[in-house]
Design a protein around this ligand. Structure first.
Ligand SMILES: Cc1cc2nc3c(=O)[nH]c(=O)nc-3n(C[C@H](O)[C@H](O)[C@H](O)COP(=O)(O)OP(=O)(O)OC[C@H]3O[C@@H](n4cnc5c(N)ncnc54)[C@H](O)[C@@H]3O)c2cc1C
Length: 604
């Protein structure tokens, strides 16, 4: 999807009466009756304004004892209000919560979560037409803001999202178009009410079908950042989750560093990497305040080595990225944030920062609703096997440890063995980080993390960690003096400081392994069924999947930033809940992308 700078909305425009009032939208959608006792109800509105329709739906949901378990309100807004204008939306409690969660105005799908995840708002900022073909959801009720602009093609994108019997509320008349698109019409005042009842319903692409829509239990294999986030997201969807790990506790392997960085990125072409990084960074930033984390640092600097400040500002203007996502700072301003001496400009990410990865992993589990996540520590899984309708986890002696209809593989480096048969281009990369006590001679302790070539970050004790090395296919677990020397040399350049360490071999540090996919995006999605004979394999979405089997791995050096969004994507793929990323990003992180690429190559 081509992204462009967003134009923020104005109050005048947001306050124009929506073509259909919040009450009409609810009544026209048959609510609250239609959501009674359902697992999930999904609405999609093509305008948001100040959120009157969403707030009314949320209020009605709260007031209804027969309400559905989960309400998902999706809205596309071309001219979103900025946060300060949203603040004027009035003070009732729900509007206040909406304002507090309001995201930066970036061209993204923003997932706002309320009522312990039972009410979700998916805000798509940008134009309606491109977003309609990028949303992945099964919608029960459409509320269209305008009668004009709807042609055959746009309605087709809309009906691709429609659940059987979906309703539609629309101002004015568009009878012939709607009838052709498969809607049956009714009229109410000036509104068109319609129900989607086509004679023929086109099958959704194979990869857009939920892999375990009826599962109530799941096992997540691997309790690092990826697994703990997956468990949290599945628990939010109502599943009971067992979290298996060979370690004695959570997050002892790749996710075991004392401290790590998180942040978004930016790139002139705003391609898949930049967009996924931004979506993930924004998801993490939204959920962090609600997670039980003992400690974190807010704000992060990335030094810039090729552009000057003017060029950086030009790039920001071109991309339309707002200051609450990223700012361009000169060396002096950067130093005011970090306390270090900077030689050049830097990008400042106010929503980035640092935290302890094991604390984040634990916080995901603690934040899961109703104690729905149970840890099963000290369980080494050697093999997986399909048995009837379930997946079996086999232990070291071949014994069955558990069987389950829905399994998520998030075993970090251990995933490579379990997924070997897939033949995906994954590699292990050794990394060593170095600990420097705050009192080290010449060391400047950064107030916020600073990254560039290498990084420096302060931990909760006030000491500094710097790193990191990157050695492919290197399985040596011992701390190396040469690697400490490399990390300290990088830190000296980054912080313009002369650091004196008498004995490198006396330093503490940690060695870990990153799992990296060839294209440096994570693997998040359902496993392809390699034996299936589908008509098309050239796009990941057409590739048939194995039932009840998902993977979240290849978190590379961004597990902190990527884990939460990856978990939410997995939960939507498992249950059929609306997907929190757009179709092009979903395809970009789909593990079947490698199989699709191979199919394209073979087809010439
Ligand atoms: C030196 C270094 C510095 C880094 N710095 C950062 C940073 O600043 N910011 C950042 O975002 N990321 C950073 N990373 C990357 C980050 O650590 C990873 O992306 C992340 O930890 C991966 O999480 P994971 O859950 O996929 O894997 P892991 O944390 O490794 O979790 C996998 C789990 O699966 C378990 N397991 C494996 N096999 C089996 C089996 N067969 N049976 C049962 N259990 C099994 C393991 O015990 C483990 O607990 C760094 C990595 C390194 C090496």
């Amino acid at each position: 999807m081509k992204t462009s700078a967003l134009r923020p909305g104005t109050l005048d425009q947001a306050d124009r009466p929506l073509a259909c009032t919040a009450e009409q939208a609810l009544r026209g959608s048959g609510l609250p009756d239609r959501w009674a006792r359902r697992e999930r109800f999904v609405l999609l509105a093509t305008a948001f304004g100040r959120g009157a329709q969403f707030l009314a739906a949320w209020q009605a949901w709260k007031a209804d004892p027969q309400r559905c378990e989960r309400l998902v309100f999706m809205a596309i807004e071309d001219r979103p209000l900025n946060r300060s204008d949203m603040a004027q939306a009035g003070a009732p409690e729900l509007a206040r919560q909406l304002h507090a969660a309001w995201p930066p105005l970036t061209h993204n799908l923003h997932r706002l979560s309320f009522e312990q995840g039972r009410v979700q708002l998916l805000l798509a900022f940008g134009e309606v037409a491109p977003w309609l073909s990028e949303l992945v959801a099964s919608v029960d009720a459409f509320v269209l803001d305008q009668s004009d602009g709807w042609d055959r093609y746009r309605l087709k994108s809309l009906t691709k999202l429609a659940a059987q019997g979906a309703t539609l509320v629309m101002p004015g008349r568009n009878d012939a178009l709607l009838t052709q698109a498969g809607f049956q019409l009714r009229r109410d005042d000036d509104l068109t009410l319609a129900r989607y009842q086509p004679r023929f319903i086109a099958q959704r692409p194979a990869a857009r079908m939920p892999v375990a829509p009826n599962a109530r239990q799941a096992i997540v294999l691997g309790a690092g950042l990826a697994g703990c986030a997956a468990a949290w997201a599945l628990a939010e969807q109502g599943l009971e989750v067992r979290l298996f790990d060979q370690g004695a506790a959570m997050a002892q392997a790749g996710s075991g560093n004392a401290v790590g960085l998180f942040h978004g990125t930016l790139n002139p072409d705003d391609g898949l990497h930049a967009r996924f990084n931004r979506a993930a960074a924004l998801e993490l930033r939204r959920i962090l305040p609600a997670l039980p984390l003992p400690w974190r640092i807010d704000g992060l600097l990335r030094t810039e080595s090729t552009r000057n400040l003017e060029q950086m500002q030009g790039l920001l203007a071109e991309l339309g990225l707002p200051a609450d996502y990223v700012q361009a700072l000169d060396a002096h301003q950067a130093g005011a944030h970090s306390g270090l001496l900077h030689q050049g400009p830097a990008w400042y990410y106010p929503g980035g920062g640092a935290l302890s990865p094991p604390s984040l992993a634990r916080a995901f589990v603690e934040a899961a609703p109703a104690d729905r996540v149970r840890i099963c520590a000290g369980q080494t899984v050697k093999q997986l096997r399909r048995a009837g309708d379930a997946w079996q986890l086999l232990g070291e002696a071949g014994q069955v440890l558990a069987d389950i209809p829905l399994l998520v593989i998030s075993a970090g480096a251990g995933s490579l063995n379990l997924l070997r048969a897939q033949g995906w281009p994954l590699r292990l990369q050794r990394g060593q980080i170095t600990h420097l006590p705050a009192a080290t001679r010449g060391l400047r302790v950064p107030a916020i993390p600073v990254a560039g070539t290498g990084y420096a970050v302060t931990d909760s004790a006030g000491d500094v960690w710097c790193g990191a090395t990157a050695q492919d296919h290197d399985l040596d677990p011992s701390l190396r003096e040469a690697d400490h020397g490399h990390n300290i040399a990088q830190l000296m350049r980054l912080s313009s400081a002369e650091i004196e360490v008498a004995q490198l071999n006396s330093l503490r540090g940690r060695v870990g392994w990153r799992v990296i996919a060839e294209d440096r995006l994570p693997l998040v999605g359902a496993l392809p069924d390699l034996a299936a004979l589908e008509a098309r394999r050239d796009q990941p979405r057409f590739i048939v999947r194995q039932p009840g089997l998902l993977v979240a791995t290849a978190m590379a050096s961004r597990g902190i930033t990527w884990a939460a969004l990856s978990g939410q994507v997995l939960a939507s793929l498992a249950t059929g809940a609306p997907c929190p990323v757009e179709a092009s990003l979903l395809d970009a992180i789909d593990p079947a992308r490698f199989d699709a690429r191979l199919a394209r190559e073979q087809a010439g």
